[in-house]
Design a protein around this ligand. Sequence first.
Ligand code: NAG
Length: 334
Amino acid sequence: MDFHLRLLMLLSVLVLASATHTNLPVLLFDEGYSQLFGDENLMILRDGKTVHISLDERTGAGFVSQDLYLHGFFSASIKLPADYTAGVVVAFYMSNGDIFERNHDELDFEFLGNIRGKEWRIQTNIYGNGSTSVGREERYGLWFDPSEDFHQYSILWTQNHIIFYVDDIPIREIQRTEAMGGDFPSKPMSLYATIWDGSNWATNGGRYRVNYKYAPYVAEFSDLILHGCAVDPIEKLPNCDTTSNNVLDSEKLTAGITSNQKSKMKNFRKKHLTYSYCYDQSRYRSPPSECVIDSHEADRLRGFDPVTFGGGQHRHGKRHHRNRASRGEATTSL
Ligand SMILES: *[C@@H]1O[C@H](CO)[C@@H](O)[C@H](O)[C@H]1NC(C)=O
């Protein structure tokens, strides 16, 4: 191969590696996390870095970070259970719901299982200061089978930006607007990973339930990254000042959404976005202030479902106040 071409390929690999933040330190499970529930349905592998959480007829399982974090970069490589997984939910998320019961913040990746032959779907969502009456869900298909291999799922959270990544692709960016007020997560949160039975809503609105004939359902987590400003759980004060490297790093990472990454995000959304609250006219007559309307995304969604996404008859007077159990019920199915 031509030497220059090889050099060019090597360089682009290096650029990719930095874009996926792979230079950040990976924690041993015991260094950063504790088991949350599920007794022996959580298993730490011998390398100390990989953990399996599983769902069977007895229980699901989950783990939680030992610290709370105010802003940062949070990531895991995840391999989801294969074959029939309808009703199974794997969640990788940040929350402070156990501390702020009435005004919690939350940032979610939720993986919704499917019947055999149909692939997992991903959902992202955010809540700020208890904004649970305003769902900000988006759903996507993927360009790979997430049960076949590990892929990296990451959340970048800074004072003014939230970015969800799949591998090196930013799939969603939320820029804080003045009008969002407290709806933008602003209080320290813990990181969680859980697997549980979402039979009532996860797959076609509950039509397909978990079938325990196929249990245990095992989700594998590895390359756990907690790169943020840890907060003292008692005093609730950030343990790193704003001039420390951690915070500067994450601000840099935000600035790091290059035009190349923006165009990757656009391409991803053009192909794989299947639901966004920003276009759901049956829920919000005009899109919430932080929405950036993209005509390609609008066309795509309207093609799936003209009633929900406009261009057809509007459903009036049918506001969806989804509670925790039912939020995310698919209005469009793949
Ligand atoms: C968050 O909610 C609390 C309690 O409801 C309220 O006092 C506070 O002003 C809110 N903060 C923001 C930033 O909206």
